[in-house]
Design a protein around this ligand. Structure first.
Ligand SMILES: NC(=O)c1ccc[n+]([C@@H]2O[C@H](COP(=O)([O-])OP(=O)(O)OC[C@H]3O[C@@H](n4cnc5c(N)ncnc54)[C@H](OP(=O)(O)O)[C@@H]3O)[C@@H](O)[C@H]2O)c1
Length: 252
């Protein structure tokens, strides 16, 4: 995973990845480290991946405990990263929660607020903290991991869908506001892929997704990471404000 050449200061580039302990986030952390980035990530709890990576790449990897709903902790995390590594070149807003399917008519307001806080407000607060650091460095990139729930209607995920659509809106607005500072902002919009987030999806629903997908199969997690790699790479150096859908055609 290489990055834009334009205007960045020399030295090892620094990426912040939210939720890099497992799933897509862990794969992105692994790829970034392989490509010579320094990576800082956080999640609510550590994982085998985090412990192994901290042991093998102690100089270039930082994991900390932080919850997306704790804004103070997010800002402190960004301060710690900046103090330790001196810069932030890339933010990937990857972490999200999906507490199974929820019947909207019986959803409690507290759960609605919690879903929006974790999946939208937290990422916005994190983005602001990282973008401030990027603006001082005169360049940067922000990648928001959204979902096809943001662009098509599916039952039982109204709050999650609202938050993901909000991320896409933020992508467009920030691309305009931060573009003059040489900061690109894009969303990647995955369809279903296997991870801890989707363990509750029944076999029947998996088959249905597969059947309705023009390419006739479910994405591998590598195919989603490939799209993020592309967006971050010099091949995408003139792409900003866009939502790139990776779903085998299910939303076409
Ligand atoms: N899997 C899919 O089919 C699918 C489809 C479309 C979009 N997406 C999106 O892709 C991204 C990655 O999903 P995934 O499937 O890789 O998820 P995952 O396997 O469940 O991993 C989620 C990561 O986020 C962290 N996290 C969750 N809630 C957090 C919180 N409140 N504070 C801090 N960290 C938190 C988790 O660690 P802790 O639990 O320890 O905090 C974990 O590291 C998400 O944005 C998701 O919405 C996934």
């Amino acid at each position: 995973m290489t990055d834009d050449a334009g205007g960045r200061p020399p030295g090892r580039r620094v990426a912040v990845v939210s939720g890099g302990s497992r799933g897509l986030g862990a794969l992105l952390v692994e790829r970034l480290l392989t490509d010579g980035w320094t990576v800082a990530t956080f999640s609510r709890s550590p994982s085998e991946f985090v412990e192994k990576t901290a042991a093998t790449a102690p100089e270039h990897f930082l994991w900390d405990q932080a919850d997306l709903t704790d804004f103070k902790a997010l800002r402190q995390f960004v301060r710690d990263v900046t103090r330790r590594f001196g810069r932030i070149d890339l933010l990937i807003n990857n972490a999200a929660v999906l507490d199974g399917q929820q019947l909207f008519l019986t959803e409690r307001p507290e759960r609605i607020a919690a879903g929006i806080t974790a999946n939208l407000t937290g990422p916005i607060v994190l983005t602001q903290a990282c973008a401030r650091v990027m603006s001082l460095g005169g360049q940067g990139q922000i990648v928001n991991v959204s979902s096809i729930n943001a662009i098509r209607g599916y039952r039982g995920v109204a709050v999650y869908a609202a938050a993901k659509a909000g991320l896409n809106g933020m992508t467009r607005a920030l691309a305009r506001e931060l573009g003059p500072m040489n900061i690109r902002v894009n969303s990647v919009v995955p369809g279903f892929f296997e991870s801890d987030l989707t363990t509750n999806v029944t076999d029947t629903n998996r088959e249905r997704i597969q059947r309705r997908t023009p390419l006739g199969r479910i994405a591998s997690i590598d195919e989603i990471a490939d799209a993020v790699s592309f967006v971050v790479s010099p091949h995408a150096s003139f792409i900003t404000g866009q939502s790139i859908v990776i779903d085998g055609g299910i939303t076409c």
